[in-house]
Design a protein around this ligand. Structure first.
Ligand code: HDD
Length: 684
C-alpha cells in the first residue's frame, strides 16, 4: 500500500504572516517550502535541480574552518580602553594620550592545548589577547596569563606544541599536559623550568577569566612624542584580583560544566557586572637593562616588580557580549606584528618568530589575505592601499590605477613620513649565527625566586601539581630527570614531589650551565600574599527546599548584593518552590545538576522541618562534603546541622558558620570575604 505524505512539512511548517522578513536563498529568491526537498512524486527520488536544497547543504558542509592549532578553545567580548592621563612622555601611541577618548577593544581568552570542543578548567596557560581598534590602526597585544614562556626561541614552538598535543597515533590525552611526551620534552628543555613553576601553580586553573592577570611576556619598546625610547613589559591586573580554583574542584567542574569560564564571563556581562583590568607597564632604559642580572630579551624571565615598579596606564572594561560567536570570536585574527606608532618590537627571538607565525596562520585559518575585511578584524580608522583582489575580496575599489607612484590617479592613497609607523633605528651588527646567547643560560634562579615568593598553600598546590602530572607520566627516566631539574630549583620542593611519587632519592644528578643564584623573594608574583579581601564577582550557592525561610533567603541575597556577588538557588528537584511567605521562586539549578564545585561559597538552609528531604539524598551530603574539601566557607542553618554530621564535618570547623538566626548571615559574609579559601582546612 502506498503511503501519502502531506507534502507540507506537517506540524513544523511555519509560514510567513507578513510581519517578519521572508526566508530566501542566498540569491534573494523567496523560499516556498523549507521542510521538504524536491522529489518525484510523494515517495520518489530527489532532484538535482533543487537549488535551495543544494545551496543550503553545501553551505552547511563548509561551516567549519580550521580551528586554531593552539588556543583553539576561546571566548571573547567587546569593551573599551581609556588611559588615566596622557602617556606622551612614554609613548606617542594615540590611544594612550587622551583620558576622554575611549578606544574600542575586543578580547579573546583561551586555553592553549585543548581543541575548540574541550573543557574550560583544564590545567593550562590561558591566552589573553586584546585587539585595540585605535585611531591609528589596530594594535594587538597577544599575551598570556603567565608572564614567562616555555622556550626562548620560536624555532622550538612546533616541538613544544607537538609534545603537549594528543599523541599522533592514538589521539589522546586531550587538553592536558599530564603525559609522557610533554614531560619528556620539558625535562630535556631546561629553559622551560621557570615556566613550569607557573604552570604547576594555581595560575593554570583560574577561577574566572575575570580574575586573571595578563602579560605581554616579551620586552617591547615604547617611543615618546619626543622620540625617547624605553623598553616595556605589559601587565594586565583584574579589578577582582587574580584568583584560582583548587585542583579537585577544577576536575569536578570539567564534568559538571565544561563551559564554566565562558558561561561566567558571558553571564557577568549580561547582568551588567562588567569585568575590568588595569593596564600597566614596567618601563626601563636599555642602559638599565644592561645592569640586570638576566637578559630582558629572554622570554623565560620576568622583571621583578621590586626592580622596576608598575606604571599604570589606563583601564579596560568589557561591556558587550558578541552577537555571533563564529563571526566574531572565531574569526578574530590576532597578530603580534599589528603595532601602532609609539610601540615597537625588541630582539626577543621568541617574539621575532611570532611576528611571522601569526599572519601565516590567519591565511590558512581564514583562507584569504583579505581576512582584515571581516568586520571583527577591520580597523575602525580609515585604511587604504593598493592591495587588490584575492579570495573573498569584499571591497570594490574604484579607478583604473592600483599602483603608486602614479601620475594618472592623484587621489590615490600616499605614504606619510610624519604620521606613519617608523621603526626605532637600532644599530645591529654581527655574524650570522645559530646560537643561544650565554646571557639566556640561567634557567633556575628565577624559578627559585617564584617558588620562594609563594605563600605556603600556593607552594603546596604546586607540589601537588608536579606530583599529579609526573604521576601520569609513565616513563621513569623522565620523572627522574624532572626531579633533577626541581632539585636545582629547591631541594625541599624536589623532595616533597619525590615523596608523593614514592621516588625518594631517585632524582637524576644534573648540572646547571651557570651557578644558580639565591634571589630575594618577590611577593608580587604570589596570588594570595597581598589578598585584600572581598567576594566581588563571586557566586554563592544556596541549597534549600520548598518553603525556604524568606528571611534567610533575603539576608543571603542582600549580603551578596552589597558585596558585589551573586546568589544561585539550588533545590532538590527541577521546578518552582515557594518561600515561607508563599512567594514562588524559580531555582537556578536542581541538586544533581549543580555540584557545590560550581560555587565560591555555599549556604545550606532547607525549609524548617524539611532537613530530612536533604538527608535522604546522598547528593546533598556529597554537596556539603565537597564544599568542605574544596576549602569553601559554608553557612549552615540549624535545620541543616545534621547534614554536617552526616558529612562528618565539625560545626566548629574553620570556615563553617552556623546560621542560628538571619543576622548570622553577616558573619558568613565576613568569613567568606576574609580569605579566598579556607587554607587552614587543607590537609597537611
Ligand atoms: Fe601564540 C595563538 C599567545 C608564542 C604561534 N598565541 C595565540 C593566542 C595567544 C597566544 C593568546 C590566541 C589568540 C587568539 O585568541 O586568537 N603565543 C602567545 C604568547 C606566546 C606565544 C603569549 C609567547 C610569549 N605562539 C607563540 C610562538 C608561536 C606562536 C612562539 C610560533 C612560532 N600562537 C601561534 C599561532 C596562533 C597562536 C599558531 C594559533 C592561532 C593564531 O595564532 O591565531 O600562530
Amino acid at each position: 500500500m502506498s503511503k501519502q505524505s502531506t507534502g507540507k512539512g506537517g506540524e513544523t511548517h511555519q509560514t510567513a504572516t507578513g510581519d517578519e522578513p521572508r526566508l530566501t536563498t542566498n540569491q534573494g529568491v523567496v523560499v516556498s517550502d523549507d521542510q521538504n526537498a524536491l522529489t518525484v512524486g510523494h515517495r520518489g527520488p530527489q532532484l538535482l535541480e533543487d537549488f535551495h536544497l543544494r545551496e543550503k547543504i553545501t553551505h552547511f558542509d563548509h561551516e567549519r574552518i580550521p580551528e586554531r592549532v593552539v588556543h583553539a578553545r576561546g571566548y571573547g567580548a567587546h569593551g573599551y580602553f581609556e588611559p588615566y592621563k596622557s602617556q606622551a612622555d612614554l609613548t606617542k601611541a594615540a590611544f594612550l594620550q587622551n583620558p576622554k577618548e575611549r578606544t574600542p577593544v575586543f578580547v579573546r581568552f583561551s586555553t592553549v592545548a585543548g581543541r575548540a570542543g574541550s573543557f574550560d578548567t583544564a590545567r593550562d596557560v590561558r591566552g589573553f589577547a586584546v585587539k585595540f581598534y585605535t585611531s591609528e590602526g589596530n594594535y594587538d597585544l597577544v599575551g598570556n596569563n603567565i608572564p614567562v614562556f616555555f622556550i626562548q626561541d620560536a624555532i622550538k614552538f612546533p616541538d613544544l606544541i607537538h609534545s603537549v598535543k594528543p599523541a599522533p597515533d592514538r589521539d589522546f590525552p586531550q587538553a592536558q599536559s599530564a603525559h609522557d611526551s610533554f614531560w619528556d620534552f620539558i625535562s630535556l628543555t631546561p629553559e622551560s623550568t621557570h615556566m613550569m613553576m607557573w604552570v604547576m601553580s594555581d595560575r593554570a586553573i583560574p577561577r574566572s577569566f575575570r580574575m586573571m592577570d595578563g602579560f605581554g611576556v616579551h620586552t617591547f619598546r615604547m617611543i615618546s612624542t619626543k622620540g625617547d625610547v624605553k623598553f616595556v613589559k605589559f601587565h594586565w591586573r583584574p579589578k577582582l584580583g587574580a584568583l584560582s580554583l583548587v585542583w579537585d574542584e577544577a576536575v569536578v567542574i570539567n564534568g559538571a560544566d565544561p563551559d564554566f569560564h565562558r558561561r561566567d564571563l558571558w553571564s557577568a556581562i549580561e547582568r551588567g557586572d562588567f569585568p575590568e583590568w588595569e593596564l600597566s607597564v614596567q618601563a626601563f632604559t636599555e642602559k638599565e637593562a644592561e645592569g640586570f642580572d638576566f637578559d630582558v630579551l629572554d622570554p623565560t624571565k620576568i622583571v621583578p616588580e621590586e626592580l622596576v615598579s608598575l606604571r599604570p596606564l589606563g583601564r579596560m572594561v568589557l561591556d558587550r557580549n558578541v552577537d555571533n560567536f563564529f563571526a566574531e570570536t572565531e574569526q578574530v585574527a590576532f597578530c603580534p606584528s599589528h603595532v601602532v606608532p609609539g610601540i615597537d618590537f625588541s630582539n626577543d627571538p621568541l617574539l621575532q618568530g611570532r611576528l611571522f607565525s601569526y599572519l601565516d596562520t590567519q591565511l590558512s585559518r581564514l583562507g584569504s589575505p583579505n581576512f582584515h575585511q571581516i568586520p571583527i578584524n577591520q580597523p575602525k580608522c580609515p585604511f587604504a592601499n593598493f592591495q587588490r583582489d584575492g579570495h573573498m575580496q569584499m571591497a570594490a575599489q574604484q579607478g583604473r590605477v592600483a599602483n603608486e607612484p602614479s601620475s594618472l590617479d592623484d587621489g590615490g592613497p600616499r605614504e606619510d613620513p610624519k604620521a606613519g609607523f617608523t621603526t626605532v633605528p637600532v644599530r645591529e651588527e654581527g655574524d650570522k649565527l645559530r646560537v643561544r646567547p650565554e646571557s639566556f643560560a640561567d634557567h633556575y634562579t628565577q624559578a627559585k625566586l617564584f617558588y620562594k615568593s609563594l605563600t605556603p598553600p600556593e607552594q603546596k598546590h604546586m607540589i601537588g601539581g608536579f606530583a599529579f602530572e609526573l604521576g601520569k607520566c609513565q616513563a621513569l627516566e623522565v620523572r627522574k630527570r624532572m626531579l633533577g631539574r626541581l632539585q636545582l630549583v629547591d631541594k625541599d620542593l624536589a623532595a616533597q614531589v619525590a615523596a608523593k611519587l614514592g621516588m625518594e632519592g631517585q632524582a637524576e644528578k644534573l648540572k646547571p650551565a651557570v651557578p644558580v643564584g639565591d634571589p630575594e623573594p618577590s611577593p608580587a608574583v604570589s596570588q594570595y600574599a597581598g589578598f585584600e579581601g572581598g567576594i566581588a564577582g563571586k557566586k554563592i550557592g544556596l541549597l534549600t527546599t520548598n518553603g525556604v525561610d524568606a528571611k534567610v533567603l533575603t539576608a543571603v541575597q542582600k549580603g551578596a548584593k552589597d558585596a558585589g556577588a551573586v546568589v544561585e538557588i539550588i533545590a532538590p528537584k527541577v521546578g518552582t518552590i515557594k518561600t515561607s511567605q508563599g512567594k514562588e521562586i524559580e531555582p537556578d539549578h536542581f541538586l544533581t545538576g549543580a555540584p557545590s564545585a560550581l560555587f565560591d561559597c555555599v549556604v545550606v538552609a532547607p525549609a524548617e522541618g524539611s532537613a530530612d528531604e536533604l538527608l535522604a539524598m546522598p547528593q546533598a551530603v556529597d554537596w556539603v562534603r565537597m564544599a568542605y574539601a574544596h576549602l569553601k566557607v559554608i553557612g549552615v542553618s540549624e535545620a541543616a546541622a545534621q547534614l554536617l554530621d552526616r558529612a562528618q564535618i565539625e560545626r566548629e570547623a574553620e570556615g563553617v558558620v552556623m546560621l542560628g538566626k538571619p543576622a548570622d548571615v553577616a558573619n558568613f559574609y565576613e568569613t567568606a570575604s576574609a580569605s579566598h579559601r579556607v587554607w587552614q582546612r587543607e590537609p597537611a
